[in-house]
Structures are given as structure tokens and as C-alpha cells.
Design a protein around this ligand. Structure first.
Ligand code: MN
Length: 293
């Protein structure tokens, strides 16, 4: 028990990941951002996970983004990304790429393996109106830079974003607002929970939050969450999770809602239709990523 925690977040609704494809035919399961809608500030969550190279080998050839951030968490596999700024990065098992598209990025995300398992997540995090046109930036975060621990009860965790107090210590993820206050103040935790374990995970009050299960089974508030399902949580300062089958693997993600209108056309996410039209014109005219670019 953690004395500082008072209000357990209820499980409000479950969204089952829906099979879809994107890029050049990569098979995905989309939960947030599919029929269940967005969860401000999160626009989309895709899980990719397969042992069949035909499902991922074509990758994501060059494509644009404007107005938000993409977070890629690679659980297994190897991808290379290249962007219009000349950046080349390698994303390996356990690593994260946190990319701020800002006013515009054109990049590719291509598998660097021809066999074996590839799995992970891509999360889209919105930017507030006054940051949508800031310069593009990205960080490659290797697994070795992501702090975590195994608790006495056998629950293992990693903190990718935000600050989390667990087991009497505070863990600061590599993405924690040190680049300047992040309007969405995201918290992103990856968990492995053996059957029979229980965890009370602090989540900042006021954040919107969800849990996504990618292996095993857990229970939250007396309801069972199955593989490939997202649980949207209600308000509170923590979530209580029980591992109920095998070793459950899940991510818990939260962020401060922006409360702004969202206008989205594919990979462009702005506040108004006029700004979308501008993004399309800029992309067509070669000005997406900067003046005269
Ligand atoms: Mn992309």
C-alpha cells in the first residue's frame, strides 16, 4: 500500500484493438483513435506484433507529419528511420523514438530485419496550438537509458516518460519535460506482472489515462482486460491492477488533456480545417518542413 494514494481510478470502458494496415501494408491493431475515438491528448495507439515478415517488411516509406508527436516503443525487432533533416536512427528492442513533428517532418520507418518477431507500439500525442508549428525534433532513446526495477512481489516496470514513485523510490523517465514544460506532461510505463501480483501505480490526478494489454490477462476494478484491449480509466490518483494469467505485459499511459479542437486529416493534426488546408498546400508545394525547404 502507498499512503499517498487516495482515489482509485475506475475502469470506464474497454476498446478492443481493431486490425488495420498502414504505411506500405504493415498490419496493425488500432485501439485509441479507432472506432473508440481519441483520448485527449492521445490521438492514436497502434500495436504492431507479428512473427510473419510479410506483415511488416514493406515498412513505412517516406511520409509527412505535422502538429503532434509520434512515440515509437520497440519491444522486439529493429527499425531504421530517416528524415528530411538527414537524421538516421536505429530503433532496437526495448528502445523508444520520441519525435516531435511540429511544423513538419518527412520521414521513413523501415524494418531492418527479414525474419523473426517484430512488435511494439506507436502512440500519437497531440501538441497544443502554440506548439504545432515549432521546429521538428526527435530523440532516440536506447533501452539502456530507460530506468526501471523489479518490485519485491515480482512486478517489473520501466518508465519511458514522466516521474513515477514505486517501491519507495522515484523513477524519472528519459522524457520528463526537461526540454521545457511539456504541455501534455506524459507518463508512459511498461509493466510485466506475474499471475497473482497486484500493483498500485500512481497516475497524476487530472490526466487522462489508459492501460493497454499485450500479453496475458489482468483485472482492473473487478473487470478482466484481455490481450489487444485498451482500458480507458476514470479520474483518480492511481490505478490498481491484478495480474491474473501468465506474465501479463501492459503499458499504462497518461497525459494532461489539452481541451482544444482537433482537426485531423491523416498525418496532419491541427486545430482548424483552414490549418489542415494550409498543411496540404505546404506539403504539395514542398514547404511542409520549413520556408523554402
Ligand atoms: Mn511516421
Amino acid at each position: 500500500m502507498n499512503d499517498a494514494l487516495h482515489t482509485e481510478r475506475p475502469l470506464e470502458r474497454i476498446i478492443s484493438g481493431q486490425e488495420t494496415s498502414d504505411g506500405a501494408g504493415v498490419k496493425l491493431r488500432r485501439s485509441i483513435g479507432a472506432a473508440g475515438g481519441r483520448l485527449d491528448p492521445f490521438l492514436m495507439l497502434d500495436e504492431f506484433g507479428t512473427e510473419n515478415p510479410d506483415d511488416y517488411i514493406a515498412g513505412f516509406p517516406p511520409h509527412p507529419h505535422r502538429g503532434f508527436e509520434t512515440v515509437t516503443f520497440m519491444i522486439d525487432g529493429h527499425m531504421r528511420h530517416e528524415d528530411h533533416m538527414g537524421n538516421v536512427g536505429e530503433l532496437n528492442s526495448g528502445g523508444v523514438q520520441w519525435m516531435t513533428a511540429g511544423r513538419g517532418v518527412i520521414h521513413s520507418e523501415m524494418p531492418q530485419q527479414e525474419s523473426g518477431r517484430m512488435r511494439g507500439f506507436q502512440l500519437w500525442v497531440n501538441l497544443p496550438a502554440n506548439e504545432k508549428m515549432k521546429p521538428a525534433a526527435y530523440r532516440d532513446i536506447p533501452a539502456s537509458d530507460i530506468p526501471g526495477a523489479v518490485l519485491e512481489n515480482g512486478v517489473a516496470f520501466k518508465v519511458i516518460a514522466g516521474r513515477v514513485g514505486l517501491g519507495g523510490r522515484t523513477f524519472a523517465g528519459p522524457v520528463n519535460g526537461e526540454r521545457g514544460a511539456m504541455a501534455t506532461d506524459p507518463q508512459f510505463v511498461d509493466l510485466a506482472m506475474p499471475v497473482g501480483t497486484r500493483l498500485e501505480l500512481p497516475i497524476p490526478a487530472g490526466h487522462n489515462a489508459f492501460v493497454y494489454l499485450y500479453e496475458g490477462r489482468v483485472a482492473i476494478g473487478g473487470r478482466t482486460l484481455e490481450r489487444h484491449q485498451a482500458a480507458i480509466l476514470g479520474q483518480g490518483d492511481h490505478v490498481a491492477i491484478h495480474g491474473t494469467d501468465g506474465v501479463a505485459r501492459l503499458i499504462v499511459v497518461s497525459g494532461r488533456p489539452l481541451g482544444e479542437p482537433v482537426a485531423q486529416y491523416g498525418p496532419f493534426v491541427m486545430n482548424t480545417r483552414a490549418e489542415i488546408d494550409q498543411a496540404l498546400a505546404d506539403y504539395r508545394d514542398g514547404r511542409l518542413t520549413g520556408p523554402g525547404a
